[in-house]
Design a protein around this ligand. Structure first.
Ligand code: G3I
Length: 473
């Protein structure tokens, strides 16, 4: 079982944290501009105005409840399986996989035009009994097989995977939680991420945890150091999930936005993945407002998921922590979130750093019409020989998921730029920065070695184009 979240401890920010905070404002990027539109009347519509999603956790056995399914379909466009894609559900016996309930949720989501967050590939908790009894290299092999099989089963259909869940300890250590996975070798987390990337290259790969909402907590700092290390060493990680389970004893921290900004500054998306806030009335509504506004204030906070639909559906129903009451009525907290989303700036994105300045080039700029004849050095904007191929990973009525593979030729790329086919529209693109119909590399994937490739993906609106070779430079 997951221990109760929200243990508070007195660790205070360190000097290193202050330095990290100082560079935060340089790091906002990557949300996608969409046209301004009228106020959204649902959470998903309102969130989409700033290019974000609004999601919920779904339990397969509740989908037959029409009130539940109606609210879920109307309000949310990102779906997490509350339990059905976990290790015990998907591999109850070793190497015998059961995707029945996970598929039920996935198919319901895709058929209704929604995206899916996968939860969770590797976790110390909710392991099947056979895995709980494993240790060492046997467990390592079983974990790799599990990640491979599950991510492959859902390949191309998952927006983001919680690859590893809750691997850090509570309290003041800032270190890892003891578990059989941790004892198999502390590199188990990066092995899980590399394995997931190989199995499903289009999915964003997230580290997800609770009690990492307060920037001053040792646990937050421990996760921050791991993500920074992964980015520095090229371990494939795309996002951090802040579960964000709050209650009056452990309220939304005053430095919550600092936490979001700090992770985003590492070059990862931040997603609020399991939001619930115990309480009622205006106090609860205000807490929900704070969380929503903090996410809206950071371009790379790409979406919010609440952990259930109605209070009575919650894992902690007695705390009435959700946006709808047991009868499916909208609570004050719902109105607070909706209004906050609707008040958001339509486009939170700062201009991409590579945007040209058309009228006043710096005096030292080289003259673009007379390049030195012998200079082969690629500098941003990109100059390396580059090719790009678009494939459709998945499609449904009204939308599709596309993957674009960007490949370097015989020389390496130092930045790349791809032109999307005409008619493609998207408000959700990852591993790249969209401006008009042009996608440039994200800060972390512009360097592509000779003969190597990288990918970006997006959710397209309307009919899927055919597989195509795209212009790349
Ligand atoms: O389905 C069985 C039912 O047949 C049986 O009668 C009943 C008896 O206890 O148990 C039911 O299963 C329960 C399951 O939820 C479905 O309701 C499990 O006992 C119970 O342990 C399980 O709890 C889930 C919990 O994770 C387990 O760790 C919660 O639903 C789920 O909301 C919660 O989600 C976690 C995230 O995955 C990670 N972050 C924390 C979050 C809250 O704990």
């Amino acid at each position: 079982m997951t221990p109760p979240p929200m243990l508070r401890h007195g660790t205070r920010a360190r000097g290193a944290c202050a330095a990290a905070v100082a560079v935060l404002t340089l790091a906002v990027s990557a949300a996608v501009a969409i046209p301004a539109q009228a106020a959204g009347s649902t959470l998903q519509e309102a969130a989409a105005q700033s290019g974000r999603y609004f999601g919920t956790a779904i339990a397969a056995n509740r989908l037959s409840d029409s009130t539940y399914a109606t609210i879920a379909n109307r309000e949310f466009n990102m779906i997490t399986a509350e339990n059905e894609m976990k290790m015990d559900a998907t591999e109850p016996n070793q190497n015998q996989f059961n995707f029945t309930n996970g598929d039920r949720i996935l198919n319901w989501a895709l058929q209704n035009g929604k995206q899916v967050r996968g939860h969770a590939l590797a976790w110390y908790s909710q392991q099947p009994g056979w895995m709980q009894r494993m240790e060492g290299s046997t467990l390592r092999s079983a974990m790799i097989n599990h990640v491979t099989q599950v991510a492959t089963h859902y390949k191309g259909k998952i927006y983001a995977w919680d690859v590893v869940n809750e691997a850090f300890a509570d309290g003041s250590s800032g270190g890892r939680r003891d578990s059989n996975l941790e004892r198999s070798g502390s590199d188990w987390i990066e092995v899980a991420f590399r394995t997931a990337r190989a199995a499903d290259p289009a999915a964003k790969l997230c580290y997800n945890d609770y009690n990492i909402d307060d920037w001053s907590h040792a646990k937050t700092q421990g996760v921050y150091r791991m993500v920074r290390d992964f980015k520095q060493r090229g371990v494939p990680i795309d996002c951090v999930g802040l579960q964000s389970h709050f209650n009056p004893q452990s309220p939304v921290p005053g430095n919550y936005q600092t936490t979001i900004e700090s992770f985003a500054a590492l070059g990862v998306d931040v997603q609020i993945t399991e939001l619930d806030i115990e309480g009622s009335g205006s106090a609860q509504a205000e807490s929900y407002r704070k969380v929503t506004q903090a996410c809206l204030n950071v371009a790379r906070c790409t979406g919010i998921t609440v952990w259930g639909v109605r209070d009575t559906d919650s894992w902690r129903a007695s705390g009435t922590p959700l946006l709808f009451d047991g009868n499916g009525n909208k609570k004050a907290a719902y109105t607070s979130v909706l209004n906050t989303l609707n008040a958001a700036t339509p486009n939170p994105t700062t201009p991409p750093p590579t945007s040209p300045t058309p009228t006043t080039p710096p005096p030292t700029s080289p003259t673009p019409t007379t390049p030195p004849p012998t200079s082969p050095t690629p500098t941003p904007p990109p100059t390396g020989a580059c090719s790009a191929a678009l494939t459709i990973a998945n499609s449904w009525n009204g939308g599709y998921q596309a993957t674009v593979t960007v490949s370097a030729g015989s020389s390496s790329l130092n930045g790349w730029r791809v032109t999307l086919p005409s008619g493609v529209t998207t408000n959700n693109l990852w591993n790249g920065v969209l401006s008009g119909s042009t996608v440039t590399n994200a800060p972390y994937n512009g360097s592509v070695g000779a003969g190597q490739s990288t990918t970006f993906g997006f959710i397209g609106q309307g009919s899927a184009p055919g597989a195509a070779t795209l212009s790349c430079g």
